[in-house]
Design a protein around this ligand. Structure first.
Ligand SMILES: O=c1ccn([C@H]2C[C@H](O)[C@@H](CO)O2)c(=O)[nH]1
Ligand SMILES: [Zn+2]
Length: 132
């Protein structure tokens, strides 16, 4: 799938965001190895710490459906620079997505940054760290 198409999917996902508190809508689109796209949006809560980001929504949806192999993820928000995933999402991406997966950060102005999770979270805590 073309990057442009995956970005369009992320924009569609973004429209579903539940953001009564921040009013800041984020969309993510996660592409699986066999070409399926999972949408994710941010979902907030009156107990603010329960807010879930778009990226984690998409990954958890895919993983919980048994789809565990991903080739790209696009993230979009109305930001000045391409939307940058938070630390919590970087940690989750680092564990559940391949190191070399394309992470496509973008915004509504059309700026695009393609990066990997290795660059976004160098030295991430990993499952291997749990065994000495
Ligand atoms: O990459 C990001 C950054 C922020 N948010 C959400 C969390 C919260 O709902 C709102 C403001 O931080 O945006 C995401 O979903 N993804
Ligand atoms: Zn996040």
């Amino acid at each position: 799938m073309q990057i442009e198409k995956l970005i369009e999917e992320a924009k569609i996902a973004r429209e579903k965001a539940y953001v009564p508190y921040s009013k800041f809508k984020v969309g993510a689109a996660l592409l699986t190895e066999d070409g399926k796209v999972y949408h994710g949006c941010n979902i907030e809560n009156a107990a603010y710490s329960m807010c879930n980001c778009a990226e984690r929504t998409a990954i958890f949806k895919a993983y919980s459906e048994g789809d565990k192999k991903y080739t790209a993820m696009a993230v979009v928000a109305d930001t000045e620079r391409p939307c940058s995933p938070c630390g919590a999402c970087r940690q989750v991406i680092a564990e559940l997505c391949p190191k070399d997966m394309k992470v496509i950060l973008t915004n509504l102005k059309g700026d695009i940054q393609e990066i990997t999770i290795e660059k976004l979270l160098p030295g991430a805590f990993s499952p291997e760290d749990l065994h000495e």
